[in-house]
Design a protein around this ligand. Sequence first.
Ligand code: ZN
Length: 256
Amino acid sequence: MTLLLVVIAAVYGLLIGSFLNAWAWRLVHDESIMRGRSHCTECGAQIRAYDNVPVVSWLLLRGRCRDCGARISWRYPAGEAATAALFAAVAASVGLDWLLLPYLVFVAAMVLVTQVDLEIQIIPDVVILPTAAIGLVLMVLVGDGEWWEWPVAGLGAALFLFAIAWLYERIRGVEGMGFGDVKMALCMGVYLGAAVVPALFIGFVSGAIVGVTVMAATGKDAKTAVPFGPFLAAGAVVSLFVGDWLIGAYLDFALR
Ligand SMILES: [Zn+2]
């Protein structure tokens, strides 16, 4: 039963991942009009249905357009594979439960935000704010805990990031973190509850390690080197699955 659910979730993940790619492309290129079918962004040729199979088509075509040979970014199949893997992991972790609903919405939003932030260093309001609102309603209804855990964690995480951004600006005199990251933290808290704490920790540590490495290798400054959103998203996803365990392990260790 669970295996069937996981397989179904993975297949839906591939399709939703493909849809998220198209959505990310429109957000990056500021296109509000939905075009009927997918087109090659280079030559404009319509993508044939059999070339539009998630992940598989990209591999068969070796990452090139069938018509003009233009490179198709590896981020498209990567986004599809990541969405499928996350959907399968959510299904395996919660089983057939109402929690599937908010968790699938959340991981899909994290993939979309990562795709857009990597491309243009913006966490789009049009994605993160509705995701937070939907999360608040769903988590209050079906979340595993007190109803106030979700809004309190959301506001707490947002305030924490806002304080860091404010301090950084005071000390360094330049804007280090975008307000998008503050809204991202709000959204994470709403879905993760207390587990937003290890999520932010993982986000900051991994972001700092990669940021310092990239700065050292390229000589760019921190702001232009790496967008912070993908690290927050990675922390969020890890914490969604093992956040409560991480909190327990830490408390065991700290209170011994
Ligand atoms: Zn083409």
